[in-house]
Structures are given as structure tokens and as C-alpha cells.
Design a protein around this ligand. Structure first.
Ligand SMILES: NC(=O)c1ccc[n+]([C@@H]2O[C@H](COP(=O)([O-])OP(=O)(O)OC[C@H]3O[C@@H](n4cnc5c(N)ncnc54)[C@H](O)[C@@H]3O)[C@@H](O)[C@H]2O)c1
Length: 439
């Protein structure tokens, strides 16, 4: 069986899920001269794209408008248009359930949307981060049942994990090599050819499972190393040693070391979630993943640790958290992005409220708290301005995200207490730095 896109000068590529991962990928294919069709169940995203407007801060509307103008791009909620494309790439969410188990419901429902329209010779590639076996054991049966076709014989199937780092100006979609694993050798080769049409370097692996496992290794590596520096931070805090100074010094070693930084807890759609996809799947094989679970425990304990340190700092000044006015600086999960998913700021916020503090926040990238599943009661709260008057009126500022466009010197000069969980004030003058309570 051949792939319908084989040898074509210009492909038509469908991307399902036009979020942080899907939209840049769609634009990359369009930029390289292909036609693209974005599928999403969210009509507001489809309407925005059709109007040439970006809804993701670090993606410019110009890029969308250019692709529209050239007639290379369209978006739809209508999956009966699947037959128009040579390949469908799936970039839908993979969260955890309430009980912290993998929720592949979005992948399966995408399979149900695509399946009835799948034609012979088309290709389906899954990109969502997930446990080894998802493409083959979970997605494939849905596609086969609803299309009446067989993977590897009638249509091509592959997995290629996304490695997007939103907000990182050093690496754009095209600069990041893509690991590609096919359901069969032929599927793998065709999927490699697909990504090459977007000028992306490919790294072939032997199977969809190996590709799925590669992504988990990458994120577990981050999760475990962040847990290690978080644990070291707690130890060094007690010893009066500055963990950031130590990491900066250690990273001058030209081999065998890679810096990771402590923080108030893990955030984002990947690192706090993905390791537990493996933990869950490993149980099926009777294997325990103690290292991963320990890392999860340490990282999950960080917000409580930060609050206990904050209590110490306040009590040194004769204050308690009860009734204190706390301004949280930064609520996005990492610097210079507007993404709030799994942000540790929400946990800090809840803990502060539980202890009777009055909490306001400032975030240059999040003017209004968006709707979230687990912290819906914060929805609609607005960012306060960061002025000397407001800072003077609060009892403490808690720096939870180290956005680059904040005047930290002004914050330290005016706030009675600054608790810095990200070393955001690390580059200030020595005099200002000495006033900051780092943790
Ligand atoms: N955001 C990142 O930095 C990042 C990095 C690497 C990997 N990933 C992985 O990529 C995947 C997607 O993440 P994201 O950050 O782009 O998510 P996102 O929430 O930004 O976007 C997902 C999109 O999928 C749409 N969607 C959901 N169900 C759908 C369905 N059945 N049919 C069509 N559209 C549907 C949603 O409306 C949304 O627009 C996840 O598995 C994630 O773990 C994300």
C-alpha cells in the first residue's frame, strides 16, 4: 500500500487540536508550501484562525494571516473534510483524571471523529504525549473499527512526540528534530517523509512504542532532576547556602552536568503529568516506578514548603499570615508565557487563603484568570497594577513566576517583604538582593 502523499510536491496536512502544539505545527507546514487544514471542536479557535487572529501570545497573527492570504490554510470543526488531507496529525490534550490516572479520552474521541472518514492510503500520526502502547492498542482499534480499514495495510499509522517549548525564542518548531516511530516499517518511512515536507529533521525509531517512550523519558528526566534540586534547596536553605549560587557554579563544569532550577512546584501541561502516564502503564506489567513517584512527592510538597518559609519570614517581622495582604507576582506556570495549566501559583494561592491571607496578584501575561477545571473559583479575577503605592500597602510579595518584563528593583524598593521562589531578584544590586527572602 502506498501513501497518498507519496512524491507530491505539495501536501495537504490536517492537524487536529489547534492549541499550543497544533497551531505552530500547522503554520510550519503552511510556511513550507503545503496546504493545511486545522480541525478543532472549539469553534472560537476555528473562527479566530479564519479571521487571521492568533489566540496564543507567542504566535503572531501575521503568520496566520500570511498563510490565509496565500490560500494555504483553512480551519474547520467538520470532520467530514478528513478525506481532503494526505495526513492527519493529532495534537489533542492528554491530562490526568481526578485520581491522577491517564485520561486518553481526547485521543479516543478524535479517533471517533476521524475514523468514519478515513480513506485508503491516508496517514494518521499521533503527537499527544502518552504511555507506550496508546497508538497501537488504543487509537488503532478505534480507527480500524470505524473506517473498516486495517492499519499498515490500508492506512498508515505512526507516533511522533511533540517537543514544543512555548515561549522559548531559541527553538522554533522547525529547529527541533522529531522522533518518528511507525506501526510498520512502511508507516515509519512515510511519516518521516511527511515531517521532512515541513523542513523538520527526523529521528527514526523502530516502533510507535519506542517513540512514545522517548517522550516520556525526556519529561521524566526533567521531573526527576527538578525534584533533586528542590530537595537540595530544602537542605541548603537549612545550611544557609544559596542553591542558585551552587547551581550556577556547578554548571561551569563542561561535561557531565546539566543545570536544573528549583521552584515553588511543577507546572505546565507536561512535566507534572506525563511521568504518571508511565507509572500507570507500568502497573499493567507489575513494575513499580518508585523513582518517578518519589520525584512527584517531592515536587508536590514544594508549595507547602514555600508557604512555611513565608510564615517564617513574616513572623520574623512580627506578622502572621492570617489577615496579611499578599501580592502574588506571576501566576503563569513559567516565565514569559500566558499559560496557566497546572500552575503551582494556584496551589500557593489556595494555601494562602486557607491560612487566612488576603491575596491579590499581578501577572503581565495573564490580565484575567482564565477558566480552569480545578480552580474555577479564581476565574475572572484580574491582575492588579504593580505600583509603588500598591506594593507599600501589602505585607509581602510572593514571586511565583520570574517573568522578564517586571521591574524587580522597584518591587524590592517598595514592598515590605519580598519572598522570591525563582531567584528573579538574583541579578539586582547587592543591597537590594540582601533585602529579598529567597526560598
Ligand atoms: N504545550 C506544550 O508545551 C506541549 C509540549 C509538548 C507536548 N505537548 C503535548 O501535546 C498535546 C497537546 O497539548 P497542547 O498544549 O497543544 O494542548 P491545548 O489544550 O493547547 O490544545 C489542544 C486542542 O485540542 C482541541 N481538542 C480537544 N479535543 C478535541 C477533539 N476531539 N477534536 C478536535 N480538537 C480537539 C482543543 O479544543 C484544543 O484547541 C498534549 O498531549 C501535550 O501533553 C504539549
Amino acid at each position: 500500500m502506498g501513501w497518498v502523499g507519496e512524491g507530491k510536491k505539495e501536501l495537504t496536512v490536517g492537524v487536529v487540536g489547534m492549541g499550543y502544539v497544533g497551531l505552530p505545527l500547522l503554520l510550519q507546514f503552511a510556511h513550507c508550501g503545503n496546504r493545511v487544514l486545522g480541525f478543532d471542536i472549539d469553534t472560537s479557535k476555528v473562527d479566530s484562525i479564519k479571521a487571521g487572529k492568533s489566540y496564543i501570545r507567542h504566535i503572531s497573527s501575521d503568520a496566520i494571516a500570511a498563510a490565509l492570504k496565500e490560500g494555504r490554510m483553512d480551519a474547520t470543526t467538520d470532520f467530514s473534510r478528513v478525506p481532503e488531507v494526505d495526513a492527519v496529525i493529532i495534537c489533542v490534550p492528554t491530562p490526568l483524571t481526578k485520581h491522577r490516572e491517564p485520561d486518553i479520552g481526547y485521543i479516543l474521541s478524535t479517533g471517533q471523529h476521524i475514523g468514519p472518514h478515513l480513506k485508503k492510503g491516508q496517514m494518521v500520526v499521533l503527537e499527544s504525549t502518552t504511555y507506550p502502547g496508546t497508538t497501537d492498542e488504543d487509537l488503532r482499534p478505534v480507527l480500524e473499527k470505524l473506517s473498516g480499514l486495517t492499519a499498515g495495510t490500508d492506512f498508515l499509522l505512526a507516533f511522533s512526540p511533540e517537543r514544543e517549548d512555548p515561549g522559548n525564542p531559541k527553538f522554533k518548531t522547525a529547529d527541533i528534530p522529531k522522533v518518528v516511530g511507525g506501526f510498520s516499517v512502511e508507516c515509519g518511512k512515510a511519516a518521516q517523509a511527511l515531517y521532512r515536507k515541513a523542513d523538520i529533521n527526523v529521528v527514526p525509531v523502530s516502533s510507535t512504542r519506542a517513540a512514545e517512550a522517548t517522550k516520556l523519558l525526556e519529561n521524566i528526566f526533567r521531573c526527576v532532576n527538578i525534584a533533586l534540586v528542590n530537595e537540595l534547596k530544602v537542605v541548603f536553605d537549612r545550611m544557609g547556602i544559596d542553591i542558585w549560587e551552587v547551581v550556577e557554579a556547578a554548571k561551569t563544569k563542561p561535561f557531565g552536568f546539566m543545570p536544573f532550577y528549583p521552584g515553588p512546584g511543577l507546572g505546565g501541561h507536561c512535566v507534572p503529568i506525563d511521568p504518571f502516564y508511565l507509572t500507570w502503564k507500568a502497573r499493567e506489567y507489575g513494575v513499580a516506578t518508585r523513582f518517578i513517584e518519589l520525584a512527584g512527592e517531592i515536587n508536590t510538597a514544594m508549595p507547602k514548603y514555600v508557604i512555611s518559609r513565608m510564615l517564617e519570614a513574616l513572623s520574623d517581622r512580627g506578622k502572621s499570615l492570617k489577615g496579611a495582604n499578599i501580592l502574588m507576582l506571576g501566576i503563569a506556570y513559567k516565565k514569559d508565557v500566558d499559560d496557566m495549566r497546572e500552575s503551582p501559583s494556584f496551589i500557593l494561592w489556595e494555601l494562602l487563603l486557607e491560612r487566612g491571607a488576603n491575596v491579590t496578584f499581578h501577572d503581565p501575561f495573564v490580565p484575567v484568570v482564565p477558566k480552569t477545571r480545578e480552580h474555577a473559583h479564581f476565574t475572572g479575577l484580574t491582575s492588579v497594577s504593580l505600583t509603588p503605592e500598591i506594593l507599600k500597602r501589602c505585607d509581602a510579595v510572593l514571586i511565583a513566576t520570574d517573568h522578564s518584563n517586571v521591574d524587580y528593583a522597584m518591587v524590592v524598593r517598595n514592598a515590605p517583604l519580598v519572598v522570591d521562589t525563582r531567584n528573579a531578584c538574583g541579578k539586582l544590586d547587592a543591597d537590594l538582593r540582601s533585602r529579598v527572602f529567597k526560598t
